[in-house]
Design a protein around this ligand. Sequence first.
Ligand SMILES: Cc1cc2nc3c(=O)[nH]c(=O)nc-3n(C[C@H](O)[C@H](O)[C@H](O)COP(=O)(O)OP(=O)(O)OC[C@H]3O[C@@H](n4cnc5c(N)ncnc54)[C@H](O)[C@@H]3O)c2cc1C
Length: 292
Amino acid sequence: MTTWIVTTTSEVANLFDQAKALGGPVTAVLVGLTGSFPAATTNITFNLGPDTPTEAAAPAVAAHVTATDGDVVLLPDLPETRVIAGAIAARLNAPVLPHTSVLAPGQYAVERYGGILQETVSTEAPTIVLTEGGAQEELSSEAADTAEPSPHYDAHVIETNVASEARTDLAHASRIVALGRGFAQRSDLDLGRKLAAAIGASVACSRPLTEGEQWMPKDSYVGISGQKVSPDLYIAVGISGELQHTLGVRDARIVVAINSDPTAAMFDQADYGIVGDLYQVLPELTAELNPS
Ligand SMILES: Cc1cc2nc3c(=O)[nH]c(=O)nc-3n(C[C@H](O)[C@H](O)[C@H](O)COP(=O)(O)OP(=O)(O)OC[C@H]3O[C@@H](n4cnc5c(N)ncnc54)[C@H](O)[C@@H]3O)c2cc1C
């Protein structure tokens, strides 16, 4: 049984831990990364040109993942690796299991409904697993075998549009101020941003602010279909606390809710709550925390 690790990033310590627990050889496929993982038995590198999007390499990468029955293919759960996972699955006619960890050879724990339920799946077929990559895995400068990108791919980035708001690395943020539909208009979000600046927090939001109003970039919403976060402090401002949102906050250490509705479900998830109008609470709180 071989464990394949296919990755575009070196933040895959969790995948190597799972491979180690399974035993057996590990083949690492590095897409757009140089060097090799000492913990892998075999390393294969795909060099991408500077203007080649990772996704364009998916068919070529898939052609080199020759997993057979009993093998598992692990990928960190990222937008570009999801494309690669799909290509591998199509080629091998194999299932993709998202939000999954490997329990034993051929046995997988799959999170359902944002982790409320866990289903155990058993299969002998080669299986593609998308899971949290985890911390940095040691990447040595030793060159790996270089795979020829075949079939050839000819997609190129011809234009880059940077979102007006800088991308926030919410997964690693230790403090987050999350903004919801309690804000009446886009310019009012500055009240939340000022609070975030006062306490050195990243700014996130609920889904309606990205997909409904398009006030914030899509990668800044938290929840079951957005980002899962695990900060020390999560301040939810004007967020009702629907399950689809709070499932993304389960691993936060301290949750604070600010909401004018005392019956808002967000208070059920909160360690501390302020019942009040955000237009009054935020300026006072920001001034208190940042008197200068
Ligand atoms: C399949 C599916 C997946 C979804 N995935 C996600 C997801 O990943 N993430 C996500 O966030 N949502 C998700 N949703 C949407 C989710 O169900 C909720 O609709 C959404 O989270 C609500 O956002 P909100 O709390 O900002 O808005 P609302 O539910 O409208 O809540 C606004 C809150 O602001 C409060 N408020 C209003 N005015 C003030 C004021 N002046 N001061 C203080 N408080 C005030 C109100 O009392 C209310 O509680 C998903 C939905 C579906 C169907």
